[in-house]
Design a binder for this molecule. Sequence first.
Ligand code: THU
Length: 137
Amino acid sequence: MSEINWDALRAAANSAMQKAYVPYSKFPVGAAALTEDGRVVSGCNVENASYGLTLCAECSLVSALAMGAADGAGPAKLVAFTCVDGHGNILMPCGRCRQLLFEHSAKGMILETVSGFKTIDEVIPDAFGPRDLEERA
Ligand code: THU
């Protein structure tokens, strides 16, 4: 964990948060993650007049992750993640977003949470994921 620059990651989440499109909730969120190949990806929430279609900041981050991949390579795995609210305070990813992050997590991925640093397995225990599809096919 020592090699992870959490200040830089938080700064990336804060600048992503500035781009949030939140005319309905007025609750901007920014998320940032470090990939195993040393890149920072980020995202903001993007709301919709059809409220339920809102994209969380993590959705935007995962889309950016996919778009950053080389053709045919697939998204890089994530090793560290942080998320902030409109005041720059750490925010917990919602349940759906923990699942989104799990899909792209490197083993032992670390998240900065409201109760300290935690692994992906701690924030979404016994998660359903790609391996279940392979092993149970
Ligand atoms: N939100 C996120 O972007 N990520 C989360 O993990 C929690 C919630 C957004 C969705 C909505 O635009 C706003 O926060 C209020 O729920």
